[in-house]
Design a protein around this ligand. Structure first.
Ligand SMILES: Nc1ncnc2c1ncn2[C@@H]1O[C@H](COP(=O)(O)OP(=O)(O)OP(=O)(O)O)[C@@H](O)[C@H]1O
Ligand SMILES: [Mg+2]
Length: 508
């Protein structure tokens, strides 16, 4: 038997009426990578916050190296060698990368002066080790999410952490960033670092971990050797029942043409290619789901942003909505025209942390809920509640702080917000990121139902099976060009991948 480095004994945690954790007991073998799996709201993040000293008020006993410990804060946990990289990253955006790495532990020179130079050097060295090519003097807020995350890992390295907690680290990463993270994880493991890893992606869990711990409704369900189990079993344990395969059923005939896009192009000044998008043409009918597939950098997000008036530059070409040409130069105009966009970056663009759950959902529809000069509270409540029900959002109520919701449930609030605007066309940019399997199936059903009511949907996803499940037609982009348009019957993973990797000089 391997020695255990962390031991949880009957860990419990309550948030007012919500029992987030209940008697969770298991051991983490030294040097292992243990994945923590469970549905949205199962208690994964809460448990890891306890382990890393973020949450200090809980029941039960936590032991590290066989010693019972009680951390009074993250600093305590860091002393014991435990660091956490949060689901929603935690850098101070206005400070430099180096300052973030050494935050609260600034290096001092002989005269107790802050030693910026040695911090810059040390941070630079750590970043290089992590294949991160940003200068240590750059502002943390100016970095891409993938790089921000590496800064957090650099911080953990500088602390010589023996135990690293990663909460959904790949949920905001592009494919090449994910590969880089995998390499970093492999390096950490060679050094003997123990890793606790939260993820909703089975592929990832099975690729990385030796063991899988399953939580459900705050309770410990199972601890399995990855070699001796399979994704179906883990999923079944997570949801507590057999998940019927996602069968969306018959669909109604498509209606009239909603949208026509003709030769849409978006310039890319200063880049060798010269464009982000080139001559994209397609149409969309009432009741239709158009999937957009492509590798990272193919232009999926850019395409949706152009349609929604949210691109940095104005695109060229024509966008015709219900027979009328539109040129949205701002999201408000696109919204007015009947479009809604669920973006991929929840923290930056989606959630308003100062508002409660109800307000976060009703935000975009407040205008239509006016009765007289004031917004009708009752109408607002009914509207928000309808989305909580429809999307099965797990919350203590509309008054609850949005930050008290688990990550996946926050995502559902954003989707609910846009559904409330009753759009004609719903643009979904990787909508199920961080959403668990059960909720995903629910969301697919909702999308199908909305289509049957006449909505047109354009969806991108980083997961090919999702595009295949949802779409009536699939457009494939490669390096900003359209390389294929498949019907549902024609489309296969192989064909899509082939079109997504086609260099444009050999393509059609
Ligand atoms: N600060 C808080 N105040 C109130 N309730 C909270 C707070 N933090 C978490 N909860 C509740 O505790 C439960 C567990 O949440 P947690 O964030 O641990 O879930 P999770 O398993 O990480 O889910 P996800 O996969 O969606 O990230 C949820 O019901 C959540 O709403
Ligand atoms: Mg979480």
């Amino acid at each position: 038997m391997t020695e255990s480095i962390v031991s949880m004994q009957g860990i419990g945690k309550r948030f007012a009426a919500v029992k987030a954790l209940d008697g969770v007991t298991f051991d983490v073998p030294k040097g292992s990578l243990v994945s923590i799996c469970g549905e949205n709201g199962a208690g994964k993040s809460t448990l890891m916050k306890i382990l890393s000293g973020v949450i200090t008020d809980y029941d039960g006993t936590l032991s590290v190296d066989g010693q019972a410990v009680r951390f009074s804060g993250t600093r305590d946990a860091e002393h014991a060698g435990i660091s956490i990289i949060h689901q929603e990253l935690n850098l101070v955006e206005q400070l430099s990368v180096a300052a973030n790495v050494f935050l609260g532990r600034e290096k001092r020179s002989a005269w107790l002066m802050r030693d910026d130079r040695s911090m810059l050097e040390e941070a630079g060295r750590l970043l290089k080790e992590l294949e991160c090519n940003v200068p240590a003097s750059a502002l943390a807020g100016s970095l891409r999410v993938g790089d921000q995350q590496l800064v957090e890992i650099a911080k953990a390295l500088s602390l010589n952490s023996r135990i690293l907690v990663m909460d959904e680290p790949t949920s905001a990463l592009t494919e090449s960033e994910v590969e880089r993270l995998y390499r970093v994880i492999a390096k950490l493991r060679e050094r003997g670092t123990t890793i606790l890893y939260i993820s909703h992606k089975m592929e990832e869990v099975f690729h990385l971990s030796n063991q899988i711990v399953v939580l459900r409704d705050g309770r410990f369900i199972a601890q399995l050797d990855t070699e001796k189990t399979n994704p179906q079993e883990v999923t079944r344990l997570m949801v507590g029942r057999e998940l019927e395969s996602i069968e969306l059923g018959e669909r109604t005939a498509q209606g009239k043409k909603l949208l026509a896009v003709e030769k849409l192009s978006l310039a890319w000044p200063g880049h060798a290619r010269g464009f982000r998008l080139k001559d994209i043409s397609f149409d969309l009918h009432e009741g239709e789901v158009l999937g957009i597939a492509g590798l990272m950098g193919a232009g999926r997000t850019e395409l949706l942003e152009c349609l929604f008036g949210a691109s940095v530059l104005a695109p060229t070409g024509r966008i015709v909505l219900e027979g009328k040409e539109i040129r949205p130069s701002h999201p408000a105009e696109a919204l007015e025209a009947g479009m809604a966009l669920v973006t991929e970056d929840r923290k930056r663009l989606g959630i308003f942390t100062a508002m409660n759950v109800g307000k976060n959902i009703s935000l975009c529809e407040l205008v239509s809920m006016r009765s007289g000069p004031a917004v009708s509270n009752r109408k607002e409540q009914i509207a928000s509640n309808s989305m909580v029900d429809k999307l099965l959002i797990k919350t203590a109520g509309l008054q609850a702080a949005i930050t008290s919701l688990s990550g996946g449930n926050q995502q559902k609030c954003i989707i609910g917000r846009w559904l409330l605007t009753k759009p004609k066309i719903l643009l979904l940019d990787d909508p199920t990121r961080g959403v668990d399997v059960g909720a995903k199936a629910e969301l697919y059903r909702i999308i199908r139902q909305l289509c049957n009511e006449g909505l047109g949907v354009i969806v991108t996803s980083s997961e090919l099976p999702e595009v295949l499940t949802l779409s009536d037609r699939i457009m494939v982009l490669s390096e900003g060009r359209q390389t294929a348009l498949f019907s549902r019957q024609e489309a296969t993973q192989e064909k899509i991948l082939e079109a997504a990797t086609r260099g444009f000089f050999t393509g059609s």
